[in-house]
Write a new protein. Structure first.
Length: 256
């Protein structure tokens, strides 16, 4: 499908706003994004970030635009407040509120009417210039729904009964608790050539967004990387192990 593109028009904000208004040249959509950052919000080194994104079908043929799934604007809007120094110099709490609408052409629409996330990061072994052993605890909640045709629900979600499909198209919630810890002993943060990195992440929660009743899920992820420079060459190896439990089904661990 080839379409002409017309970026969404919008007022370009000034001040702290850093607009990234570029047409995303895909097959059928254009997108505008904008970001507002205040590094000293209300004083005290508090950081406020506002993010927005809009996307829509462009100037496509009429038979393409006549799609009840994708004929509305998709959006993402969020606000994040980071309170540096509120609980000490090595602890950073942050709070995020967001709303989102995404769709797949002639397939489904997923709407998050309201969502929020709270996160606290504490460096257990602080160093001068880089984090030593940051531990992050988080909680995320979403409230929304998925809309699609019965055929899509049957194919993608394996729910073919009409009663189940009607339940899935009602508003549901997602609750996720998470914890992660990172140990970085590499020589450079972005482009390491010597040392090692270890990362452990745990996530657990419940969801009723894509299930007919609340379903529990858990995930464990462990990842390690090693870097070594010999002469003018740098050798790197990475191992990742993961295990996922969804409802009563456990997916076997995988690694590479």
């Amino acid at each position: 499908m080839l379409c002409r593109h017309q970026p969404l028009a919008g007022e370009r904000l000034r001040g702290y706003l850093r607009a990234q208004s570029a047409s995303r040249r895909g097959d059928d959509r254009t997108a505008d994004t904008a970001r507002l950052a205040d590094r000293d919000f209300l004083g005290g080194a508090r950081r406020l970030e506002l993010n927005g994104r809009l996307s829509h079908l462009a100037l496509c043929p009429q038979d393409v635009r006549d799609d009840s799934i994708s004929n509305r604007v998709n959006y993402y809007a969020s606000g994040t407040l980071r309170l540096r120094g509120l609980i000490g110099p090595h602890t950073l709490p942050s709070f995020t509120v967001f709303s989102e609408r995404t769709s797949e052409f002639r397939a489904y629409v997923r709407e998050t009417l309201i969502g929020g996330a709270a996160e606290v990061t504490r460096d257990l072994q602080p160093r001068d210039l880089r984090p030593g052993l940051p531990l992050t605890l988080s909680y995320r909640v979403e409230y929304g729904r998925t809309t699609a045709s019965p055929a899509v629900f049957c194919q993608l979600f394996n729910r073919c009964a009409i009663a189940d499909i009607e339940r899935l198209q009602q508003n549901g919630s997602l609750h996720v608790f998470g914890a992660s810890i990172v140990r970085d002993r590499s020589d450079q943060l972005l482009d390491p050539s010597n040392g090692n990195q270890l990362h452990l992440e745990l996530r657990s929660g419940t969801t009723s967004l894509d299930t007919t009743s609340g379903t529990r899920f858990s995930r464990v992820l462990s990842e390690g990387s090693v870097y070594n420079t010999v002469g003018a060459s740098t050798f790197a190896a990475r191992l990742q192990l993961a295990a996922i439990r969804y409802g009563v089904t456990t997916f076997g661990a995988a690694g590479y």
